[in-house]
Design a binder for this molecule. Structure first.
Ligand code: PLP
Length: 499
């Protein structure tokens, strides 16, 4: 199939990196209609030769255009100018979004689509370790609840949640230092809904919200949909950088800080105890509500420090967590929120407005399982399996990865975070990795500003441990190829890695 030649030049005298010059030119041509939908762009090798730049420079440029939704690429067929969908009346009346970028989850899904190709080893997103999912326990508990409660178990319920489950939670949370009476707990449809309710009640359009940078990708979309302006707080090996955060607080007066101090998604980092204490003090001093997402806590290999909520004596921390995700039962959608008792009523009203209440049967089933201690053994087995896979992935990375690439070694959770040397973009690594038959998650969609800072997220929650070795070997081959293709001037193309 033929491609369209481009009238374009790269100017080495300009300070603007070469790949950005290519992006700017093509963006203008596409937006101006001079390159209509369906136009095939020149193959990277050919455009690189025409411009006298490295192929990596063109790969980076195409990757950025793809991330912006302006082009789509198909392995083996080439890169094409994306089509525009016909506008429906609903689309025309849609309120303008606070951020013009594409939804972060949409970007990620697009990347993940290529991971489904034949023979591609997937180490981009956790997969269920099927034999460890407590299906039998669930089956028995469900039958027992239906036998015991019959119609009661499937009727409408209290909006704040099933009282015995809230009581069990109140007792259990004291083991991690959280003092929460049953009436300060709201049961939600997953941790996700707990986060959603907090932003609904606290965040107005135009408000500034801080998140870790990078952060949990769905929260970026959630906050943008509320019209919030997100400012990312950079992280280091101990969590969010509080020195930078304090300056940002003074400048932006944020309404909320969303953070995941324990087994962070996507980096796997756990905030140190010392930093947790300083964060709570900082938040209290500036009266900044903090929303703590603790959904991965139970998946520890080394017990983590207490949650921020346990260190907070002044009611600045709202605590969200899940009851199902960490047991590979995420589809059951069960989570909870711990809030100060004086605002409980507003949260219950918001919960009722959202979906009346969380599934009555599932709340009772989980309550039964938790009270009978039937989930303890499955949890131990899952932790052991994840830890063994974490070790296997770290060993493989040490064995295979070329010089200059670094990674985190998480003490729990599902993910680790790869940092590439300057000049190599996470999206370029992702694309090269797909060519070599392995899928990772490029780091870019996890940053609120969608900047590619040269990272990738890898998951060790992979069913077959042998796939970890092979996946990392393929990834290392892709990384070596990119390193070889890198020229000194490419190192200006990217900012230095944050972590
Ligand atoms: C960091 C983080 N928070 C929250 C969630 C949502 O959890 P739940 O299934 O309990 O809604 C996820 C799911 O992937 C997550 O990674």
């Amino acid at each position: 199939m033929h491609w369209t030649a481009l009238d374009i030049r790269a100017d080495r005298q300009r300070r603007e990196p070469l790949y950005r010059q290519i992006v700017a030119h093509l963006r203008e041509e596409i937006r101006g209609g001079r390159l209509p939908p369906g136009t095939r762009l020149p193959p990277t090798r050919i455009l690189a030769r025409q411009l006298g730049v490295t192929r990596l420079t063109v790969v980076n440029a195409y990757a950025e255009l793809e991330a912006d939704g302006l082009v789509t690429s198909h392995v083996g067929r080439g890169t094409f100018v994306a089509g525009t969908d016909g506008e429906t009346p609903v689309a025309r009346t849609w309120p303008p979004s606070a951020t013009p970028g594409r939804p972060a989850t949409e970007l990620l899904d697009e990347f993940f689509r290529m991971a489904r190709g034949p023979g591609v080893i997937a180490i981009h997103s956790p997969t269920a370790l099927r034999e460890l999912v407590p299906v039998k326990e669930l089956q028995r508990a469900m039958a027992a609840v239906l036998r015991r409660e019959g119609a009661e178990a499937v009727g409408y319920d209290a909006p704040g949640g099933y009282a015995p489950l809230r009581e069990w939670l109140g007792e259990h949370l004291s083991e991690i230092g959280i003092r929460a009476a049953a009436d300060s707990i709201v049961i939600t449809a997953g941790t996700q809904q707990a986060i959603d309710l907090v932003t609904k009640l606290l965040v107005q359009p135009g408000d500034v919200v801080f998140t870790d940078s990078p952060t949990y990708v769905v929260v970026i979309d959630l906050l943008e949909a509320r019209g919030a302006r997100i400012i990312g707080v950079p992280m280091d090996a101990e969590g969010a950088r509080l020195d930078i955060m304090e300056t940002l607080i003074v400048r932006y007066r944020p309404r909320l800080f969303f953070t995941m101090p324990t087994f962070h998604n996507p980096t796997g980092i756990t905030m140190s105890l010392e930093r947790r204490r300083r964060l709570v003090t900082l938040a209290r001093r500036h009266q900044l509500p903090v929303l703590e997402d603790d959904v991965h806590r139970d998946l520890w290999f080394t017990p983590p420090p207490p949650p921020l909520r346990a260190l907070d004596r002044h009611g600045v921390v709202l605590y969200a967590s899940g009851l199902t995700k960490s047991l590979l039962l995420g589809g059951l959608r069960l989570g909870f929120l711990v809030v100060p008792p004086e605002v409980k009523r507003q949260f219950v009203t918001a919960k009722q407005a959202a979906d009346l209440h969380t599934n009555s049967l599932i709340q009772r089933v989980m309550d039964t399982l938790l009270r009978q201690g039937r989930l303890e053994r499955p949890m131990v087995r899952l932790r052991q399996a994840l830890q063994a896979r974490r070790d296997r992935m770290v060993d493989a990375l040490e064995r295979e990865m070329p010089e200059g690439i670094r990674w985190t070694v998480p003490e729990g959770g599902y993910h680790l975070w790869l940092s590439l040397p300057p000049g190599i973009s996470g999206v370029a690594l992702y694309r090269a990795a797909i060519q070599h038959g392995v899928a990772v998650a490029p780091g870019m969609p996890f940053f609120p500003d969608r900047e590619d800072r040269g990272h990738a997220r890898l998951t060790f929650a992979v069913e077959s441990p042998a796939a970890i070795d092979q996946g990392v070997r393929r990834l290392a081959t892709a990384a070596r190829q990119l390193l070889r293709a890198r020229r000194p001037d490419d190192s200006r193309d990217l900012r230095r890695p944050v972590i």
